[in-house]
Ligand binder design. Structure first.
Ligand SMILES: [Zn+2]
Length: 338
């Protein structure tokens, strides 16, 4: 990757955003794959890219992993009222193939972590998802009413790997929150608009929560790991957590980067947790967090990955690097502690 490539001008950046808006507004959507593809590209640009105008080569297996992350929770049957368990229909025709691949995995493994641990099955799953991604959304994402509109990648050059065109990585990193939010909204609209889901929608009061919110089930167990690791002290103010209410906090806020990773969790008392809210913590805390991760990398890797979370210290720190750079450039307010 050449680091000399010029970053896009403000005009080019605006044009990029308009183009994203255009494919989301005018494209035809026979399934939800296109939303998942855009969100995957954003997340991979953050995890694997940098703030330069270079191109970025992405492995289809990595894109497949993001698809599995996005669809895992949405593929779980939803039980409501007197009806049989229902799986959200992600396609206008038959159920989307990727959902069927994931359902098959769910019939054999209890959690995503368990699938990941079976390296043979995991690779097989990623390969089947990658094949669908390559044949469907990668081909159709940049097509509006039969017209091709190649501003993200050039299809002809993306047979082996998907190659983001120069300046695209930069724009995806710059506009990630906007693109994620647009995609989520359009994805939810699609699910609501798909008549095959009519039956279930009354029983799902908060579709957004069901489809995209962090899964709360296992955070209690994460807290049990962290309470020892932090010697029963609040990560931010250091006060004892004994006999106090506390919560697992996403160090890099979920609103900035909506994916759970093991190293991103810290334990905070209720006061710090509610004050920090969706803010980034100031840079002193960033250093403290990185030291914590280095010191306890092994424990986090062993114990939190058991609970079903991806744990990759480098990936987490790259995401943090991106978040703090965004904060600096755009003057985000930070939380300085109490
Ligand atoms: Zn505190």
């Amino acid at each position: 990757m050449s680091t000399l490539a010029a970053i896009p001008t403000p005009q080019e950046q605006l044009k990029f955003l308009k183009q994203i808006q255009q494919i989301l507004q005018s494209g035809t959507f026979t399934s939800t794959y296109k939303f998942a593809l855009l969100m995957s590209l954003v997340r991979l640009a953050i995890e694997q890219g940098e703030d330069t105008g270079s191109d970025l080569t992405l492995d289809y297996l990595d894109i497949a992993e993001k698809f599995i992350d996005l669809y895992w929770k949405q593929s779980l049957p939803f039980q409501f009222n007197e009806y049989d368990p229902f799986v959200l229909q992600q396609s206008t025709g038959q159920q989307a193939a990727i959902i069927n691949h994931i359902r098959l995995a769910q019939s054999q493994f209890k959690t995503l972590a368990a699938v990941r641990r079976d390296s043979v099955f995991w690779l097989k799953l990623k390969k089947s998802v990658a094949t669908t991604v390559k044949q469907m959304p990668v081909v159709y994402l940049q097509n509006i009413n039969g017209q091709t509109f190649e501003f993200l990648y050039c299809l002809a050059d993306s047979k082996q790997n998907l190659v983001l065109l120069p300046k695209v990585m930069y724009c995806l990193r710059q506009f990630s929150e906007i693109i994620e939010e647009l995609c989520q909204k359009r994805w939810i609209d699609y699910i609501r608009g798909n008549r095959k889901n009519l039956l279930v929608l009354d029983g799902l009061p908060d579709l957004n929560e069901f489809m995209f919110a962090p899964s709360r089930n296992q955070l209690g167990q994460v807290a049990n790991v962290l309470i020892d690791l932090q010697q029963c002290q609040c990560f931010y103010c250091g006060k004892s957590l004994k006999n106090k209410k506390y919560a697992v906090d996403h160090f890099i806020p979920w609103s900035l980067y909506p994916a759970d990773t093991g190293h991103n969790f810290v334990l905070a008392d209720d006061v710090c947790n509610s004050q920090k809210s969706n803010y980034l913590a100031s840079e002193d805390f960033l250093e403290q967090w990185m030291i914590r991760n280095q010191l306890h990398n092994q424990t986090i890797q062993n114990e939190i990955s058991q609970l079903g979370f991806l744990t990759d210290i480098e990936r987490s720190h790259r995401v943090a690097g991106w978040a703090y750079e965004q904060a600096k450039e755009n003057g985000y307010l930070m939380w300085r502690g109490i």
